[in-house]
Design a protein around this ligand. Structure first.
Ligand code: NAD
Ligand code: UGA
Length: 463
């Protein structure tokens, strides 16, 4: 089969679909890239003239949108038209954990994958490449194939590929421009070569790995599980440091200099958040259990257990340091996003910690440079902190307002502006005895201490 790929359609204009396709359009001017979504509000925002209103915040993204939108990059709700004219379709829809039914709380909810596959079956024309971009349980390509080939005497034909995305939020554009590797799974080289050729526009051949479909699907889940495992490992050791006098930053440095271990992903903190680590490990646990591999399931389940425990123990430490009660105390929360340089709050550790503090009677001032008040409200409603509890938290627009009259400041996201806080100014507006709880180890603790603030940070006790 010979086919040249000219038109691309990406189903799903979210955190993956939007930036990934923007970079495709930026690197491949000969491709016409169309990103479609059922969410018309999101598409409207992707088409906003005011680029500060794009639906997601990613450093470097708006510059690409400015360069390519309306030229070879388009955002649309016209799913039918864009699928029917596409040579290659990326499925980039959400695959969250199932909330009810069989496998609830562990298995991936594949309803959006199935809906996308059915849309493709209905509207595609001729031969179409269908690429799994979403993170999926191993062997999902089989399901997609079953749907795409279910009609008898259908003249449409499909090639299914797996091309999982490894970008990390806040760094997505750099990751996409210069990935550690690109992984493409397919039945044979004839199938994968079309997608390989697209990536060759900006990525060296040695960085492009081709495998069978199942290795590709599984590798994505395993990559996230290994990364999350490192975070849980270092967080478990942070607790040990706090009771032994060892310091987690020294331990991270000492072990990270071993080239077999490497220095990345050894920052202790409030536990991993984001839409994927937990979901993908849960999925791995579910698949393993389903296949009778109970020890494997239990092993990976522990990574999540440690993550929950880390959040809980940080919350408990805060309450205990504040004389075992936070009732009616004002507490400043700096950072609500699950990590710096993103406005994403899915599974953010800040959510549990804020929820528990509010339930314990605290009144929170919350500030995040990129997360809106509405977004925080929506997250809190999800964990049963209702709008009626609005008086239990206030949204603030800057660090100083956030800190006013509070007993404690808790740093939960490692935004750069939280690294350089003017502690002398802040200490004057707080109620004494005042506390700083730095869950990300980014502050100048000795400066805060000099200004009369009590300090606590993760993985260190002799401050
Ligand atoms: P997202 O929720 O931000 O975006 C998904 C989009 O798909 C939504 O806008 C939704 O409206 C749209 N959609 C759902 N069904 C549709 C349909 N039938 N037709 C058209 N549009 C539809 O999700 P995301 O964060 O972009 O993640 C997408 C996938 O990529 C997930 O499988 C995730 O695990 C994986 N992934 C995410 C990241 C990340 O950093 N967020 C990184 C790598 C992989
Ligand atoms: C992660 C992976 O890094 C990506 O490769 C993957 O594509 C993506 O998940 C996905 O599949 O969604 P992301 O969740 O965007 O990316 O961000 P990370 O940088 O991995 O951080 C995840 C969480 O771990 C954050 O809450 C972060 O604060 C935390 N973390 C990370 C630590 O607490 N310590 C560290 O040393 C590193």
């Amino acid at each position: 089969m010979t086919k040249s790929i000219r038109k691309i359609c990406c189903i799903g204009a979210g955190y993956v679909g939007g930036p990934t396709m923007a970079v495709f359009a930026d690197k491949c001017h000969n491709l016409d890239v169309n990103v479609v979504d059922i969410d018309s509000e999101k598409i409207k925002n992707w088409n906003e003239d005011d680029l500060s209103k794009l639906p997601i915040y990613e450093p470097g993204l708006k510059e690409i949108i400015k360069r390519r939108r309306g030229i070879n990059l388009h955002f649309s709700t016209d799913i039918k038209k864009n699928i029917s004219s596409a040579d290659m379709i990326f499925i980039s829809v959400n695959t969250p954990t199932k909330k009810s039914g069989i496998g609830a709380g562990q298995a991936s909810d594949l309803r959006w994958i199935e809906a996308s596959s059915r849309q493709i079956l209905e509207y595609a024309k001729g031969h179409t490449f269908v690429v799994e971009k979403s993170t999926l349980p191993v062997r999902t390509a089989e399901t997609i194939k079953s749907i795409l080939t279910c009609k008898k005497n259908n003249k449409k034909t499909f090639t299914i590929l797996s091309n999982p995305e490894f970008l990390s939020e806040g760094n997505a554009i750099d990751d996409l421009n210069n990935p550690d590797r690109v992984l493409i799974g397919g039945q044979n080289e004839d199938d994968t070569k079309y997608l390989v050729e697209i990536y060759l526009n900006w990525i060296k051949r040695e960085k492009i790995i081709t495998t069978n479909l199942w290795s590709s699907e599984l590798s994505k889940l395993v990559a996230n599980a290994f990364l999350a495992q490192r975070v849980s490992s270092i967080n478990s050791i942070s607790a040990l440091c706090e009771v032994t006098g060892a310091q987690i930053k020294d331990v991270s440095r000492a072990i990270g200099m071993d080239s077999r271990l490497g220095e990345k992903f050894l920052n202790a903190g409030p536990g991993f958040g984001g839409s994927c680590f937990k979901k993908d490990i849960l999925n791995l646990v579910y698949i393993s259990r389903h296949l009778g591999l109970y020890e494997v399931a239990e092993y990976w389940g522990k990574v999540i257990e440690i993550n929950n425990w880390q959040q809980k123990r940080i919350f408990q430490t805060i309450v205990s340091k504040l004389f075992h009660t936070v009732s009616d105390k004002k507490i400043a929360i700096l950072g609500f996003a699950f990590k710096a340089n993103t406005n994403d709050t899915r599974e953010t550790p800040a959510l549990n910690i804020c929820k528990w503090l509010i339930e314990e009677g605290a009144i929170l001032n919350i500030y995040d440079p990129k997360v809106t008040s509405d977004q925080i409200n929506n997250e809190l409603i999800k964990v049963n902190i209702s709008i009626r509890n609005k008086q239990k938290w206030n949204y603030k627009n800057n660090i100083l307002d956030c800190a006013k009259e509070t007993d404690a400041i808790i740093i939960l996201t490692e935004w750069d502006e939280f690294r350089f806080i003017n502690w002398s100014q802040i200490s004057k507006v707080m109620r004494e005895p005042s506390w700083l709880f730095d869950t990300r180890s980014i502050s100048n603790l000795s400066k805060a201490k000099e200004c009369g603030i009590n300090v606590w940070t993760v993985g260190k006790n002799d401050i």
